[in-house]
Ligand binder design. Structure first.
Ligand code: ADP
Length: 241
């Protein structure tokens, strides 16, 4: 599962990400926290022209990691376009967690940690911040966390595990439906080709009925196996393929 954090600098994302990862690991989930600061802080100084490299390489890193682990993205992600780029990596199983606190509290925390980010930048960001879910339904937060209140990590982990399980089942169901559609389409094509080669009216009726019953009684969704079974059935009824 891809967990996308979003919130202003100093709202408490890194603290939240670390605690959430720890709690997830207690439930035996292999999870990694990634964010653009990992790459950004690997440069000895900052330049605007580094930012595109930082953005792309962070996305690549997440893309690699999600194949094996749960990923928590610790970044501000203040534009919905940033969240969209992340969702594209794992569209079937993601959760946006929106961390919030009053701006005065955020500025106070920023002050306390030695103004890592200038106040001016945080204020500007708060004006530009795209409220998650305000414009698009895919952008709706799974959870909104007020970081001035106590955070129950156990509860959050439990709901994430349930949500992820649902999403996995939905995906499985979707793939089942598409496999059934494939079997339907391919058997229809076989029947069409036999008819095209020329058959008596009664035999056409028999062939159509045979396919109908075959699809109805099919108990699995293995495309290759189903096609072999269908062809065997046609052979048995003397339809030449
Ligand atoms: P971000 O990753 O959003 O920039 P951090 O997690 O680094 O924020 O936290 C910024 C500051 O706020 C740190 O000094 C941290 O100790 C403090 N902090 C984080 N979460 C909380 C919280 N829930 N309550 C109080 N202080 C917090």
């Amino acid at each position: 599962m891809l967990i996308i954090l979003t919130g202003l600098p100093a709202v408490g994302k890194t603290t939240f990400a670390k605690n959430l990862a720890k709690e997830l690991s207690n439930y035996d989930v292999d999870v990694i926290v990634l964010g653009s600061d990992l790459i950004r802080e690997s440069f000895p100084r900052w330049k605007e022209e580094y930012e595109e490299f930082i953005r792309v390489s962070t996305l690549k890193l997440i893309e690699m990691a999600i194949k094996k682990y749960w990923v928590i993205v610790d970044d501000t992600n203040y534009y919905n376009s940033m969240r969209r780029d992340l969702i594209k990596i794992c569209p079937d199983n993601y959760a946006i967690i929106y961390l919030k606190a009053p701006i005065e509290e955020i500025l106070k925390r920023n002050e306390e940690r030695g103004k890592k980010v200038p106040d001016k930048v945080i204020k500007e960001m708060s004006l530009k911040f795209d409220e998650p879910g305000k414009k698009y339904s895919w952008d709706k937060p799974f959870l909104v966390v007020d970081t001035t209140k106590e955070i129950n990590y156990k509860e959050i982990v439990k709901s994430l595990l349930l949500y992820s399980k649902d999403k996995k089942e939905e995906k499985k169901e979707r793939s089942k439906v598409s496999k059934k559609d494939e079997i339907d389409k391919r058997t229809r094509k076989i029947v069409g080709e036999i008819i095209k080669r020329g058959l008596e009216k009664e035999r056409i009726k028999e062939l159509l009925q045979l396919r109908k019953e075959f699809i109805k009684s099919l108990k699995h969704d293995d495309v290759d196996k189903a096609l072999k079974e269908f062809k065997d059935l046609l052979n048995k009824h003397n339809f030449s393929l």
